[in-house]
Design a protein around this ligand. Sequence first.
Ligand SMILES: *Cc1c(COP(=O)(O)O)cnc(C)c1O
Length: 345
Amino acid sequence: MKTLQELTRPNIWRLKPYSSARDEYKGVTASVFLDANENPYNLPHNRYPDPMQWELKTELSRIKEVTSDQIFLGNGSDEAIDLVFRAFCEPGVDNVVAIDPTYGMYQVCADVNNVEYVKVLLDDKFGFSAEQLLLHANTNTKVIFLCSPNNPTGNDLDRNEIAKVLREFDGLVVLDEAYIDFSDAPSFLKDLDKYPNLIVLQTFSKAWGCAAIRLGMAFASKEIIGIMNKIKYPYNVNQLTQKQAIEILHKYYEIKRWVKCLKEEREELAQRFEKLPCTVEVFPSDANFFLARVTDAVRIYNYLVQAGIIVRNRNSVSLCGNCLRVTVGTRMENDKLIEALEQYK
Ligand SMILES: *Cc1c(COP(=O)(O)O)cnc(C)c1O
């Protein structure tokens, strides 16, 4: 791996971060806060939130078995993705390499930051080869983006191939594990100490059922996390979100039940979907959704919209011609989908 200094944009490496009022005061217990120009009324929303979210990180570090300084928290995983570009990729000079098809935000953030985005097509089983991916990297490739289980294809990427990329690539590897709770494959979080170039992304938006609070996590070496923290907005995670996240972390066992239930429901729904006359193929899934090839994706999508049922039309995505992406819902929602499609002519 190149040194972190070589991988970081020079202006970011040199940057002295904004120091907020609450950053400067540390340690001593205080009861009078006259440092941040806050309003003393309207408790508890009058105070700025903890810029580093220490209470939440302390709880997360126990659950995820990493140290607090290996955790970055942001306004969704999307903030972490954007910060990776802003920290490490020089606009108009550097590039990133990603599998294709995958989550659309990597390319959007690349485009926003004027960073070349190199796509490497998955094979017909939606698998990838480390060797192929690495062949597309050059001296200006700062980051490789992987997503496992992948969106929109739903499958886990091959673990050995991921490990090979981590070993052989001299830049950073972002591994997006937004759907890892629905997979039987273990997370790469356990290997964080083994791979200094690894950034694992996870989110509160899927298994944890908290898409509304906008909270994403990045896990990496404390040096990489230090750089991300240096350039984030000082109060990027608001107080309501921090509070709600701690509450949901206390419902750990309920989440486990949801996940177990959704995995069972996924298998059931995929089996029923496969039998529909309009289905060509249902692709195997390790996530809380599956991709299915149908006879006419655009027509079926529009038919479902008329019936008040919204799925995701992936027809125009690479390798996904005539494919719909279907999220696993409650039994009742899934029944409605199947019933509607049985009526489709
Ligand atoms: C849904 C999803 C996310 C979640 O993004 P948030 O900004 O945390 O809501 C991240 N990555 C992938 C691949 C996703 O599908």
